[in-house]
Design a protein around this ligand. Structure first.
Ligand SMILES: [Zn+2]
Ligand SMILES: [Zn+2]
Length: 167
C-alpha cells in the first residue's frame, strides 16, 4: 500500500481552522467520507451559512467612505503572528486579530453605517453547494475561491473543505 501523504495544513485546519480563520470572509468546513469514497472520489452536498453584505454600506461598514481607521494592534493586517505548541513542535501561526475581528480597520460608532452598525454584513443565508471530490481525496484540503462569505457586493472569500476518512 502506498504511504499516505499527510497534509500538514489539513491537520492544522482540524486543530485551529474553525477557531482562527485567516480571513474573515473565508469559510472552513470539514466533511467525512468512507474509505471507499476516499479512494474512488465522490460528490457531496454542502450546506453552510454565508454572510451577505450590508445593503446600506456595501460591506465597508462605514457611514461614508474613509470613515474607518487602520487597526493599531495588527497595523491593518487583520491578523497577528502567534506561537503555538503542537505535536510537531512550536510553530508560527497566523491568528485573526480580535480587536478588529480580522477586518484590519476600526470604525468609530459615530462613523459606522447605521444599518449594520459597522459590521458590514446584515444577514446570513444558507448556501447549498455540490462539490466533486477526486479519487484519493482523503486527508486533503480543497479550496474553492469565490464560495466564501461576501467581502463586498461581488467579491467573495474562499471555501476550504478538509476531508476526513471515517473508520
Ligand atoms: Zn452597513
Ligand atoms: Zn486588528
Amino acid at each position: 500500500m502506498e504511504q499516505q501523504q499527510l497534509d500538514i495544513n489539513a491537520i492544522f485546519n482540524q486543530f485551529f481552522g474553525d477557531q482562527f480563520p485567516r480571513h474573515p470572509e473565508d469559510i472552513y468546513l470539514q466533511v467525512t467520507v468512507s474509505p471507499e469514497e476516499a479512494q474512488a472520489g465522490c460528490v457531496r452536498q454542502l450546506r453552510y451559512d454565508v454572510r451577505k453584505c450590508c445593503g446600506g454600506c456595501g460591506g465597508s461598514g462605514e457611514a461614508a467612505p474613509g470613515a474607518a481607521t487602520p487597526c493599531p494592534k495588527c497595523k491593518g493586517e487583520g491578523e497577528l503572528l502567534a506561537k503555538q505548541s503542537t505535536m510537531f513542535g512550536t510553530v508560527q501561526i497566523r491568528r485573526m486579530c480580535k480587536k478588529c475581528k480580522g477586518m484590519g480597520r476600526l470604525i468609530k460608532r459615530k462613523n459606522a453605517c447605521a444599518r449594520c452598525g459597522g459590521k458590514g454584513t446584515d444577514r446570513v443565508e444558507e448556501q447549498r453547494e455540490y462539490i466533486t471530490l477526486p479519487a484519493g481525496c482523503g486527508w486533503q484540503r480543497f479550496s474553492y475561491p469565490g464560495k466564501g462569505h461576501f467581502a463586498d457586493q461581488d467579491k467573495r472569500g474562499t471555501l476550504f473543505v478538509t476531508v476526513s476518512v471515517a473508520g
